[in-house]
Design a protein around this ligand. Structure first.
Ligand code: UT7
Length: 325
């Protein structure tokens, strides 16, 4: 048995933070941000929102799209690096809010690769017979881990959530393969130093703004291009397909220049690479399911088409998944 996506949904909070808004907050410009990243605006959750609230909206839409009720869900996996609380998992809050009483629920922490890690986990569990239907969600409120005085990071990220419903299917259909990698030696390139056991919340964390993302943008940029191209090829090779067999590549939406460079390395024409980061920025674990939902709305793939997903993020982590839609 394998698993296939039978429902898609996304949610982005209504409040926008545009490049013009950011010009008033830090020393930056719309032209710099557009030129270096391709981002024009991003969505920001209202103060007091929980990550699980965003996940709930996306999950409701995915379940409605699939025609599946919450009580039919066996497995909930949420990819996030901005959970509601350190404990319990955001997936448990989502389970409670959506009323999926029979499911077991857990989070997966792989930053911007979080959705692919969650998808791979749920797919493997369905293959192992641990359930027949899974809710897989990527959700983030990254605005809670941003320093809005740091122009290197605060312009990049946005809030949102995306969800898919996975259902058991015959082997060789749906998710054909998932490929995950990580290299903990490179943890320093993207991290949030404060709030964990190394630097628990307290005056030092507050004073040094250690609650916020630290990013070596340039180094991450190079790693991202190399790793996403490599792991995409790994998925193609594993399944004996070539780039021309792929209808659409849906990459993690971090930076338009990264996406273009990956496309170029793979030899995929631009029209076969989905991009929507201009309107959402980098929503980390939410970016792929948001993009996949919009790609389907726009008719960018049809039933039976091959779609390739690829992502990278803090850890470093990276991965790909090839699926027949
Ligand atoms: O999804 C995983 C997380 N995502 C990422 O890690 C993103 C990966 N990296 C990137 O997207 C890019 O590296 C950035 C967009 C972050 C930066 O672009 P870059 O072309 O790599 O620029 P840079 O870091 O080499 O910086 C160029 C200059 C610097 O000035 P100096 O030192 O050359 O004088 C920065 O201080 O641009 C300056 N700069 C800015 N200027 C205006 C950095 N941020 C800004 C800004 N506005 N917001």
């Amino acid at each position: 048995m394998g698993s296939r996506i039978i429902g898609l949904g996304m949610y982005a909070p209504p409040k926008e933070l545009t490049n013009e808004d950011l010009e008033k907050m830090v020393d930056t410009s719309d032209s710099w941000i557009m030129e270096r990243t391709g981002i024009r605006t991003r969505r920001i959750a209202e103060p007091g929102s929980a990550c699980s609230d965003l996940c709930l909206e996306a999950a409701r839409r995915a379940l409605a799209d699939a025609g599946v009720s919450p009580s039919e869900i066996d497995i909930i996996v949420v990819g996030t690096c901005t959970p509601d609380m350190p404990m319990p998992s955001t997936a448990c809050f989502l389970q409670q809010k959506i009323g999926a009483g029979r499911a077991f629920a857990m989070d997966v922490s792989a930053a911007c690769s979080g959705f692919l890690y969650a998808l791979s986990t749920a797919d493997a569990m369905i293959r192992a017979g641990r359930g027949k239907k899974a809710l897989v969600v990527g959700g983030e409120i990254l605005s809670t881990v941003l320093d809005f005085t740091d122009r290197n990071t605060c312009i990049l990220f946005g809030d949102g959530a995306g969800a898919v419903v996975l259902s058991e299917c015959p082997e060789g259909e749906g998710v054909l393969s998932c490929h995950l990698h990580s290299d903990g030696n490179l943890w320093e390139l993207i991290h949030v130093p404060g709030g964990g056991t190394v630097h628990p919340y307290g005056p030092e964390v507050e004073e040094k703004r250690m609650h916020a993302i630290r990013l070596a943008g340039n180094e991450v940029f190079k790693q991202a291009v190399t790793k996403m191209a490599e792991v995409s090829l790994e998925a193609l090779e594993k399944n004996g397909v070539s780039v021309s067999d792929i209808t659409l590549v849906v990459p993690h939406q971090a930076n338009l220049r990264i996406i273009n460079a990956v496309g170029k390395r793979l030899g995929v024409p631009e029209e076969k690479v989905f991009v929507n980061l201009e309107r959402f920025g980098n929503t980390s674990a939410a970016s792929i399911p948001i993009a996949l939902t919009e790609a389907r709305e726009q008719g960018r793939f049809a039933k039976g088409d091959l779609v390739l997903l690829t992502a990278f993020g803090a850890g470093l982590t990276w991965g790909s998944a090839l699926m027949r839609m």
